[in-house]
Design a protein around this ligand. Structure first.
Ligand code: GRF
Length: 202
């Protein structure tokens, strides 16, 4: 499957996806990285790894116009699956609907807990003893789509949000490629607002 990645910043999950997809038996090929911010650090990382990059600015552009430009770029690269990797611009319901079941995201918490921002602070404030990350299908409601894969990490008594966030990020880099592979192989599909998993016994 042809996979495009949308980023806004650092791009460490993007890099993990590119590296995983470089393995010959990975069921997806990263055909392009698109950033809505020209200064996203991930752009140079993608280019250094030989992946073509483009910038589709969102600043001062309506959501509709921005998403139309995105659709055009994705069609141009014949993308079949879109991975959000730290993409900080809200997508229109129309875009989400068009890519339904083919649009996935990683969120740095164990959904449905701790949606939105500052998830590590939220987990610490709640007194959680475990925390983690979630790969999920994107639906119009933010951080709400059907779950594809999760990983849990311990919360240590000495943790601050930064230390906990680093532990979660390392887990993100493991499960995002796993989640993408499940979708690319058709082993995890979105159906009726749920994730349906293939029978692994086959
Ligand atoms: C990650 O924590 C991801 O879970 C969240 O945004 C952050 C992006 O980091 N959606 P990076 O750009 O992948 O390094």
């Amino acid at each position: 499957k042809r996979v495009a990645i949308l980023i806004s910043g650092r791009g460490s999950n993007m890099a993990a996806l590119i590296d995983a997809a470089a393995s010959p038996d990975f069921p997806g090929e990263i055909v392009g990285v698109i950033s809505n911010r020209p200064d996203a650090k991930g752009l140079a990382i993608a280019a250094a790894k030989g992946v073509s990059t483009s910038v589709i600015p969102s600043k001062g552009v309506s959501r509709e116009d921005h998403d139309a430009a995105l659709d055009k770029a994705l069609a141009g690269m014949k993308a079949e699956i879109v991975c959000l990797a730290g993409y900080l611009r809200l997508l229109t319901d129309g875009f989400v609907a068009r890519w339904s079941g083919r649009l996935i995201n990683i969120h740095p918490a164990l959904l449905p807990l701790f949606k939105g921002l500052n998830t590590h602070e939220q987990a610490l404030a709640a007194g959680m003893r475990i925390h983690g990350c979630t790969v999920h299908f994107v639906t119009p409601e933010m951080d709400d789509g059907p779950i594809i894969a999760q990983a849990a990490v311990p919360v240590l008594a000495s943790d601050d949000a930064e230390m906990l966030g680093a532990r979660v990020l390392a887990a993100e880099h493991h499960i995002y490629p796993l989640g993408l592979a499940l979708v690319a192989e058709g082993k995890a599909r979105m159906e009726g607002g749920r994730t349906v998993f293939a029978d692994f016994s086959e």
